[in-house]
Design a protein around this ligand. Sequence first.
Ligand code: ADP
Length: 255
Amino acid sequence: ETGQLQQSLPVPETPTEVNQLAISFNQLLTSLNDRMQREHQFVSDASHELRTPLAGIRGHVSLIRRRGTEHPEIVPDSLKYLDEESLRMQHLVENLLAISRNDQLQLDLKPLDLTELLTIVVANYQHQTAHKITLKLPKHAEALGNEDSIRQIVLAILDNAVKYSPDDRPIDITVVELDNATALSISDQGTGISDADKAHVFERFYRVDQARSSKIPGTGLGLAIVSQLVALNHAKIAVTDNHPQGTTFTITFRK
Ligand code: ADP
């Protein structure tokens, strides 16, 4: 939308052109208006998400103040809560900053070898997880993209695969070279995502109910950030069922 704004409008010469100009102007205003509404909604959702842990933190500080001296046994539990909730806020703020930074970002895209990149990323990641990660990669896999952002995309999807599948289930990474594109798939054998939820998982703050109610920590921003980064790479992302169980995320890069 902002791209459209920067284009200078052509000077009208005939009444039809004036009409056309009026039409594009209206379209531009409508899209700007939509964008402003989305931004407004985002700020309001973000404030709400920050308010909840903050209220809990203030509650426990006040509890320690009032009762901590007489009942020191309550202190460790409250400290644990303060620790967890402040960490949650920290993640949230970091994710919010990432979203706002990415919004302004333009990436330098270069031809790179996905096979090489994934081999390194996964070798490092394998140390920090109990899940077995398998790689099915061609010898070389050419793709157009930005290394650092692709690393972030892969790590975020791996983090989710780890969070939403049992430790003893593998995570499979496959790269397939197509004619004009290269497809990277990451599959887990976890809880899966219903079709209704698939339509929403890339939205900001969206968490499937099960994830919300279970104790799995998260902000609902991970996949929103992934989808921003995918767009910055001029790539596409899709989510499908993995058979017989779990979820597959497929990113298709240009080459
Ligand atoms: P979160 O911080 O909650 O993990 P994300 O934006 O990364 O946020 O993901 C949004 C929601 O999509 C998650 O809350 C979870 O319900 C669902 N989800 C994401 N990845 C997976 C997966 N691999 N398996 C099952 N559910 C997933």
